[in-house]
Design a protein around this ligand. Structure first.
Ligand SMILES: NC(=O)c1ccc[n+]([C@@H]2O[C@H](COP(=O)([O-])OP(=O)(O)OC[C@H]3O[C@@H](n4cnc5c(N)ncnc54)[C@H](OP(=O)(O)O)[C@@H]3O)[C@@H](O)[C@H]2O)c1
Ligand SMILES: *[C@@H]1O[C@H](CO)[C@@H](O)[C@H](O)[C@H]1NC(C)=O
Ligand SMILES: *[C@@H]1O[C@H](CO)[C@@H](O)[C@H](O)[C@H]1NC(C)=O
Length: 363
């Protein structure tokens, strides 16, 4: 169990819903209209979406009557839930509430990382929900500056203590980049050959601190390089960007063949493109036809393709909306798949330049 803590300052998750019920005056309608107009003018649909998102979700529980897998089974035998709450950019004083909303709505999977800087608030929120530890799948990620085998365990311990647990369900190498100990760019040897880091992770599995290990942002070449070693535990998961704009069909097919589960990050396109994703005509058409929301169409598509989906939201109503996925009828699924493959693929996330490395992290 996450032991019970005293974190009473976290607001109740339905606070905003109660508030909106009193908003029934004409004055508010005018304000809304102004907001929408401004929103479209200033930031496109994203602003409007995020404003709407603080209200009530109307159709979060619609279904086509056919279920998608609730979880996938990893080589360890562990069952990883197919939908997770993403925790990147879930900020101070909002991430705890999002976690509480998620757990109350039925989420059993949280996708975090040391670098997100919010593991303590996540841990505190989990404690408050009083959920048995084994009912929640916790993922964290080893940051780039801790790839040296001597640094791996202390980095993991820090995540564990912040989260308030003594094991992780899944620990990923966050990026195929080993920074030097002082944080400077970069340790080429350990970047080109992450096997020493991996061996340390295997040790921590045997020690009982991690149940499954995997990678993130690895391409096929890098995975093949790692798995060419005599691994005790091959990578169970590769977490990569997958969305309508960057659907990664080759990596998906290859990963299925080699038994590596993909997790789709920025599944809605990320915060810069979510509005655009949810306005794609075919997405809206399918949503209307099935009476589900555009976000539910996208989240369902991901799981139907065989990946874990990691939508991030700190908006209570969206958190709940994103959990409800449903099987798209084959012809609608194919229609969406075709549309996603039709345009030029375009990544949303590539920090290579920002890190100042002399190569592209995805090459
Ligand atoms: N391994 C890696 O290197 C890596 C990189 C990127 C992401 N990730 C993981 O993937 C997760 C998700 O990726 P992401 O945060 O980049 O992008 P995302 O989940 O595709 O998009 C998040 C954005 O969509 C909005 N949103 C969420 N649900 C919505 C809905 N139902 N309707 C309308 N808008 C909605 C969110 O707004 P609000 O929050 O304001 O509601 C936020 O602005 C991250 O949190 C992280 O766990 C991992
Ligand atoms: C969703 O709807 C189904 C059937 O209409 C119902 O059985 C289920 O309890 C509902 N779930 C939630 C979370 O409301
Ligand atoms: C992985 O790549 C590095 C760098 O090219 C190389 O030194 C190492 O031997 C490779 N590992 C295996 C097992 O092939």
């Amino acid at each position: 169990m996450f032991s019970k803590g005293t974190y009473e300052q976290l607001p109740a998750h339905n606070g905003s819903t109660t508030k909106t019920r009193h908003w029934k005056t004409k004055r508010v309608c005018v304000i809304l209209l102004v907001f929408f107009t401004l929103g479209i003018g200033l930031h496109g649909t994203r602003f409007t979406h995020s404003f709407l998102g603080t209200g009530r979700c109307s159709r979060y529980n619609s279904s086509t009557g056919e279920d998608l897998p609730k979880h996938y089974t990893l080589p360890s035998g562990d069952k990883i839930p197919s939908v997770a709450l993403g925790l990147w950019k879930a900020g101070k004083n909002e991430v705890g509430r999002a976690v509480q909303t998620a757990v109350k709505s039925g989420y059993q999977h949280l996708d975090g990382a040391w670098i997100y800087g919010n593991e303590a608030e996540v841990g505190a929120a989990l404690k408050q929900t009083d959920t048995p530890r084994e009912d929640i799948w916790l993922t964290s990620k080893l940051w780039n500056s801790f790839h040296d085998p001597d640094d791996v365990e202390s980095a993991l311990d820090e995540s564990l203590s912040r989260l308030g647990t003594d094991y992780l369900d899944l620990y990923l190498i966050h990026w195929p980049l080993a920074l030097n100990k002082d944080g400077s760019v970069y340790n080429q040897e350990l970047t080109d050959d992450p096997y020493p880091t991996w061996k340390k992770l295997e040790e921590l599995v045997d020690k009982g601190k991690i149940r499954n290990i995997g990678v993130s942002n690895f391409n096929i070449r890098r995975i093949q390089n790692l798995t060419a070693n005599p691994l005790k535990y091959p990578p169970a998961v590769n977490q990569v960007e997958i969305n309508f704009w960057f659907p990664q069909p080759e990596l998906l097919a290859w990963s299925k063949e080699y038994g590596i589960l993909l997790e789709a990050y920025s599944p809605l396109g990320g915060d810069g493109r979510v509005g655009e994703t949810l306005s794609v005509p075919v997405v809206k058409e399918i949503a209307a036809e099935l009476d589900i929301t555009p976000a539910q169409v996208i989240n369902s598509w991901h799981v139907q393709r065989g990946t874990v989906v990691l939508p991030k939201s700190v908006t209570p109503c969206r958190v709940e909306e994103n959990l409800h996925i449903t099987k798209l009828p084959d012809e609608l699924f194919e229609k969406l798949e075709t549309a996603a493959l039709l345009h030029e693929p375009k990544r949303g996330v590539n920090p290579s330049k920002g890190w100042g490395i002399d190569f592209d992290i995805f090459d």
